[in-house]
Write a protein that binds this ligand. Structure first.
Ligand SMILES: [Zn+2]
Length: 389
């Protein structure tokens, strides 16, 4: 197979790459005669005939040999997979069912971190993905479209710290192409996934009837607004053949990761229709779509107490709700101080506060709700105190 090579200076979302340069995607359509316009036709991958009425994602937490797994890695993986699954079902309705299975234990690599490919990000991808694929730890139902999704504990660039969101050490001690390690920060001071150090990418391999995806540590290990978009973008979207939309927009196959969490995003209708999707009204009233979590100020200073607010429609009867936070990736979560609750304009608001932390320190938090109707939802986020500008 051929791979398109990209400059490492390109940011991640432009390097989904590999199998489908536009010309091939357009000429490679293999839709059986009679499918076009048939409302009952099953959904198929973008540009391929493989049915995606059922999608099975095998998920591996990939750990270089000799490295210690995060104690709560499974909660972090589960969080992203649940978000991806809820989004997929909202966007495709009953036309495509997505299930996933997470390997029980971390996938311990044959190579240590130092032995992994260092110079070429595509080689890095194939080194990891091939090892998991060849292990045959996953089996898939014959009727399902299979995807192998690897969530790695490391990034292509060894210096990037996903907790600090910058190069570890003073300045960047690494040579090209591993320099310029910085996480993406919006104009309002909020963190979003996106760094040149990562290496996440994915492809559909039509001849092998499989999707293969790698989300590197920068895209999931510390869940922040938009990491759910990264996991879906690579682990489902590109793996089912979806390209970036033209023109680029804020959909999940576009720039969503830099803008909003996945429940605020979408897949363009024309892309879905090219996969055989029969148009129907999308339901945005479920708990997944209407559970909002935010913090203020958006750019906290060292003196600032941060208020975290959960907002949800008042018709959801809350049975329990918590906000927990951690001050380091390896430190336990603890409860935040509950401030109060009010109802206003059809919504209920719950607030908590987290005390000030010094410049350079980071907080990760997660809000979890359970309703009396038995529904559960959670949202994780993060902020770093960088000082006032
Ligand atoms: Zn992409």
């Amino acid at each position: 197979m051929t791979m398109t090579r990209f400059s490492p200076s390109l940011v991640r979302f432009f390097v989904w790459n590999l199998i489908f340069p536009a010309g091939i995607a357009l000429s490679g359509w293999l839709i059986p005669a009679g499918w076009a316009g048939e409302p009952s036709a099953p959904l198929h991958g973008f540009g391929v005939a493989d049915s995606i009425g059922q999608v099975e994602v095998g998920v591996a937490y990939y750990l270089p040999r000799g490295r210690i797994p995060l104690p709560d890695w499974r909660e972090r993986v589960e969080y992203h997979m649940k978000r991806a699954q809820s989004f997929h079902h909202r966007e495709f309705g009953k036309q495509s069912k997505l299930t996933y299975r997470i390997l029980e234990d971390p996938f311990v690599a044959s190579a240590s971190r130092d032995e992994m490919p260092k110079d070429d990000v595509d080689q890095f991808f194939w080194h990891i993905v091939n090892e998991v694929w060849n292990s045959e730890k996953f089996t898939f139902s014959p009727e399902a479209f299979p995807i192998i999704l690897v969530l790695s504990d490391v990034n292509f660039s060894p210096g990037y710290g996903d907790w600090t969101r910058e190069c570890d050490g003073i300045g960047c001690p690494f040579s090209e192409p591993h320099t310029d390690c910085a996480g993406h920060v919006t104009e309002t001071g909020e963190d979003r996934p996106g760094t040149r150090c990562g290496g996440a990418r994915a492809l559909i391999w039509p001849e092998r009837h499989i999707g293969l995806a790698l989300v590197t540590a920068d895209g999931w290990r510390v869940p922040i607004t938009g990491t759910d978009c990264v996991v879906y973008h690579e682990g489902v979207g590109h793996s089912l053949g979806l390209p970036h939309p033209e023109p680029l927009n804020d959909s999940v196959m576009g720039l969503a990761q830099y803008v909003h969490p996945i429940h605020k995003s979408w897949i363009d209708a024309d892309q879905k229709e090219a996969m055989g999707w029969v148009k129907h009204e999308i339901d945005y009233t479920d708990l997944f779509s209407s559970f909002e979590v935010s913090h203020a100020p958006s750019r906290p200073g060292a003196q600032d107490t941060v208020t975290v607010t959960v907002k949800l429609p008042e018709h959801f009867a809350v049975q329990s709700i918590q906000l927990e936070y951690q001050t380091g990736l390896w430190l336990p979560f603890r409860s935040a101080r509950f401030q109060g609750q009010e109802e206003r304009d059809g919504f209920q608001y719950f607030t908590w506060t987290i005390g000030p932390v010094p410049i350079g320190q980071s907080i990760a938090y997660r809000a979890r709700v359970a309703t009396r109707g038995g529904q559960q939802e959670e949202f994780w986020n993060y902020y770093k105190v960088r000082g006032k500008e």
